[in-house]
Structures are given as structure tokens and as C-alpha cells.
Design a binder for this molecule. Structure first.
Ligand code: AMP
Length: 281
């Protein structure tokens, strides 16, 4: 596995690869890698001839009171995992490689970014879209892979790619969970044993809600209330939102029908966790 911090070096290496007619598959991450990331890497291997992974904790997507400084960083373990997955190229730039002094241009995503996460993290998707555009510009992959765990993020990126006419195919891969249902996340590392146990209520209540809908429940309000009550009672969570929305726009539903996304964001032991399930009614 080749490793480089330099955008210029990455561009140069990939240009030579592209000339050979090889397809480049790209997985952007913030590191602290887990099986969710590795699932994307394995899928990338199927989508392309050459797999590029980036590790960059992007300051622009963290709010001023968020965990940018203490976000988990495990560079040595990450490298070992990526080597084992036979990743071809690791791009791990410094902040100044991506945001040189005087950097002052951002991508402003539209309505899709205002809801759910956007309502609680006002500059988050601006930071995400900006860094993803920069990374896509540097790597220029044929395919870029993202996780459905961050459903709204994948929608923001798909919209940016389509609106700005970027020549890349976006693949969104299913959420990888621990055996007990907890969606894998780098932030799970912040949880105590007890907190992790409490966090199981997130996936459990999402699954139960999906079953209620499959069994005929059509009131979005009743589903939201059901999930919120369980999060409060069983996990003493601080709930940011429980959403029952149209899957592609994330507009809240009253009566449940069509393609639906049920999404949750809450804090357990001050750790902010998100998860979602989708279904077709
Ligand atoms: P992050 O390092 O958290 O920015 O995530 C990098 C990529 O991995 C994003 O596309 C995430 O959606 C994806 N990802 C993170 N956790 C999971 C998971 N549990 N299952 C599938 N994809 C994930």
C-alpha cells in the first residue's frame, strides 16, 4: 500500500493509473476505522481495479462545540487494517493540504441539508460537501463509496454530484452493525460499557418501529413517539430528533407510505449517535 499526504503526489500517481484504463474506486473516511469502513473498502474492490482510501478528520464539518480535537485517531491501526484489505493507495493529508492559508470557498448544499442533522449541526454539510468535492477533485475516481449509516450525508453528496455534474458514480452501501444491532461508528469508542448497552435501544427501537409499520401502523407521529419514549426511558438519551420521512427528500411524513426512512439522533453519555432504517411500504 502506498501512502501519501500530498494531493499533488496522489494526482500524479493516479494519472499514470488512469492512462492504463484502470477504474479507480475511492472511499473517503475520517479514520478510526471499523468494519463499517472496511465493508466499503471491500465493496470498492469489487467496483474498481484500484482502491484509494482517504483518512482526513475534516475540521470544516465539526461545529465549534463539537469533538474535532478529541475525535478518535488511530493512524497505525488504520494503516494495518487497510494493508490487510489490500488497499492500493492511502491518502492522509494534513489540514493545511486541504485548507491552505486563506482558503475561503465552500460548497453550499441545498434544502436536503437543512433538515435532521442540518438543523442541529448548521455548518456540518457545508463542511462535508466541500471536503468531498475537494477529495473527488484530487482523486478523480470512477466510483466513490459512502455508507447508508449516514443516509442524509449520502443524499447531500448524490445531489451535489448531480447538480454540479461531477463525473463520478456514487455507491451507497448498507449499514454495518455489531452482532447485537448497534451501528458501527468511530464514536462508539467514547461509550462506557453501560453506555454501549443503553445505545442498543437505538437500533432495537428502529427495528421495532419498522415492524410496527410492516404490521400496518401508518401514523408517523405514533412511530416517532414510540421511538422517542423508548430512547428516553430505556437509555435516558437526550434526543435531537426522531424522524419518519420520505426517503429521498427527508421531508417528514404524516401518513406513512412509499419509500420511508426512520432516522434517530440522540446523545447517550454525551456521545452523539445516529442511526436509520429504510423500508418500502
Ligand atoms: P466516517 O469515517 O465516519 O466519516 O465514515 C466514512 C464513511 O464510512 C462514510 O461514508 C460513512 O457513512 C461510512 N460508515 C461509517 N460507519 C458505517 C457503518 N456502520 N456502516 C456502513 N458505512 C459506514
Amino acid at each position: 500500500m502506498r501512502v501519501s499526504r500530498s494531493p499533488r503526489q496522489i494526482r500524479k500517481e493516479l494519472k499514470a493509473i488512469r492512462v492504463l484504463g484502470k477504474r479507480i474506486a475511492f472511499v473517503p473516511t475520517m479514520g478510526a476505522l471499523h468494519e463499517g469502513h472496511l465493508g466499503l473498502v471491500r465493496r470498492a474492490r469489487r467496483e474498481g481495479d484500484l482502491v484509494v482510501v482517504s483518512i482526513f478528520v475534516n475540521p470544516a464539518q465539526f461545529g465549534p462545540k463539537e469533538d474535532f480535537r478529541r475525535y478518535p485517531r488511530n493512524p497505525a491501526a488504520d494503516r494495518a487494517l487497510l494493508k490487510r484489505e489490500r488497499v492500493d493507495l492511502l491518502f492522509n493529508p494534513n489540514v493545511s493540504d486541504i485548507y491552505p492559508a486563506g482558503f475561503d470557498t465552500y460548497v453550499l448544499p441545498g434544502k436536503i441539508a437543512d433538515r435532521l442533522e442540518g438543523a442541529f449541526r448548521p455548518t456540518h454539510f457545508r463542511g462535508v460537501a466541500t471536503v468531498v468535492l475537494k477529495l473527488l477533485n484530487i482523486v478523480q475516481p470512477d466510483v466513490a463509496l459512502f455508507g447508508r449509516k449516514d443516509l442524509q450525508q449520502s443524499l447531500v453528496i448524490e445531489k451535489m454530484v448531480s447538480d454540479l455534474g461531477l463525473p463520478v458514480r456514487i455507491v451507497v452501501a448498507p449499514t454495518v452493525r455489531d452482532r447485537d444491532g448497534l451501528a458501527l461508528s468511530s464514536r462508539n469508542a467514547y461509550l462506557t460499557k453501560l453506555g454501549r448497552k443503553k445505545a442498543l435501544v437505538i437500533s432495537a427501537s428502529l427495528l421495532a418501529a419498522r415492524q410496527m409499520i410492516r404490521d400496518g401502523e401508518r401514523s408517523a407521529t405514533r412511530i416517532r413517539n414510540y421511538i422517542e419514549r423508548r430512547l428516553l426511558r430505556e437509555a435516558e438519551a437526550e434526543v435531537d430528533y426522531v424522524s419518519v420521512a420520505e426517503r429521498s427528500t427527508l421531508c417528514e411524513l404524516q401518513k406513512i407510505s412509499g419509500q420511508v426512512a426512520i432516522s434517530v439522533a440522540c446523545r447517550i453519555e454525551r456521545v452523539r449517535l445516529i442511526d436509520n432504517l429504510t423500508l418500502k411500504v
